[in-house]
Design a protein around this ligand. Structure first.
Ligand SMILES: Cc1ncc(COP(=O)(O)O)c(C=O)c1O
Length: 380
């Protein structure tokens, strides 16, 4: 059997990783400014994370959601405390797209409606409902195209209000648009969505799958805007590589047995990984580091020749270059041994490093980036 060939691959075989570094099978050392697509939050192979997972595996690895698992409540309590959403309830699942499916389904159960408002350039995942609210038609097959979704331009209050009424089930928005190229919703736009949802009885869903878990410098990117969405979805950084996701649910949305469910969601190992992440975030003050290092990087990047614009918050940064970003990323990887992220936005490179990146590592990236930019500028 061969692998179903859906991923364009770099010719690199990583065999070891530590902190912000990855080593391949040829002993090349790479600086990771991509974090495996915003997943590596506390750094590769953090010793506390490794120990917590090993200890858990020695005890019990899996049983189904038919039994009590106190570690799930331990996780919910810790997540509530660190995120400042202590009164919310947590549903655990396995991936970002599944978290969004469940979020929209819950909104529909609660309101008895089905129309969803989403935003241009959004990405929410690749299963049916999540694809329905993702603004990329080429990812959808015919069977995915029956959802009632309206796409509005991000931060366009007039367009939003023109279609918002009491037939709307939910609004789903990313804390910071990631795949779409690092576009930040303004605080006033988020506040306006919140008040429209209250007025029309709709559910406000914040997808913090990429922008959450301390990446923006706050626990959630939307917390700068001082809004409280009804549902928040999390994944990626939550498990630092262990597949786990969650739906944080306002107490007014009531649970009933059988309403949602999953075989693997909230298993012991996923909870141990997620607890280790929160413990390290707290002990090592990673939100503060994300803010400090994010500001440092932005301040330096914006001054470089060849950089047109720098967007984002904390360690979720989009660099718009004046030359071809695909060529820059390729050169960064091949010549400077630095991983960075792509984006759908023209010439935008995404930086999503581990939240514990140091100043030395940030400086090493800036030097490498400057080298590549200078070479690129000579070609135009
Ligand atoms: C904002 C956002 N939502 C949802 C998803 C989907 O997550 P997953 O790939 O875990 O299903 C992603 C993945 O990139 C994402 O960036």
């Amino acid at each position: 059997m061969q692998l179903f060939d859906v991923y364009p691959l770099f010719d690199i075989n990583p065999v070891k990783a530590q902190g912000a570094y990855i080593w391949d099978d040829k002993e090349n050392k790479y600086l990771d400014l991509y974090g495996g697509h915003a997943v590596i939050s506390i750094g590769h192979s953090h010793p506390h994370y490794v120990k917590r997972l090993k200890d858990q595996l020695d005890q019990i690895g899996f049983y189904s959601n038919a039994v009590k698992m106190p570690i799930q409540q331990e996780l919910a309590t810790k997540l509530g405390k660190l995120s400042a959403y202590e009164s919310y309830n947590l549903f655990l699942c396995n991936s970002g797209t599944e978290a969004n499916e469940n979020a929209i389904k819950l909104a529909s159960f609660h309101t008895g409606r089905k129309k969803v408002i989403a935003f241009k350039d959004s990405f929410h995942g690749r299963t049916s409902l999540s694809l329905g609210v993702t603004d990329d038609a080429k990812l959808s097959a015919l069977v995915n195209k029956d959802h009632e979704v309206v796409f509005v331009e991000l931060n366009n209050e007039k367009d939003f209000l023109a279609i918002m009424d009491n037939s709307v089930c939910a609004i789903i928005i990313e804390g910071i648009q990631g795949v779409g190229g690092i576009h930040v919703p303004t605080p006033s736009f988020l506040k306006m969505i919140q008040s429209s949802c209250e007025k029309e009885g709709a559910i406000f869903i914040l997808d913090e799958i990429q922008s959450g878990y301390g990446r923006s410098g706050n626990f959630f990117a939307h917390q700068d805007a001082e809004v409280e969405p009804h549902i928040i979805t999390v994944a990626k950084g939550m498990g630092n590589g262990f597949p786990v996701a969650g739906v944080l649910i306002h107490p007014k949305i009531k649970a009933s047995h059988g309403m949602l469910g999953t075989t693997f969601g909230g298993n012991y190992l996923a909870c141990a990984a997620s607890l280790a992440v929160l413990e390290v975030m707290e002990q090592e003050k990673l939100m503060e580091n994300a803010k400090t290092m994010g500001n440092y990087l932005v301040e330096k990047l914006i001054k470089l020749d060849g950089v047109k614009e720098v967007r984002g918050k904390g360690l979720m940064i989009g660099i718009e270059t004046i030359t071809n970003s695909a060529a820059i990323r390729k050169q960064l990887l091949e010549e400077e041994k630095v991983f960075t992220g792509y984006s759908a936005s023209k010439n935008t490179i995404r930086l999503l490093p581990p939240l514990n990146i140091s100043k030395n590592e940030a400086d090493a990236f800036l030097k490498a980036f400057e080298n590549v930019l200078q070479k690129q500028l000579q070609t135009i």
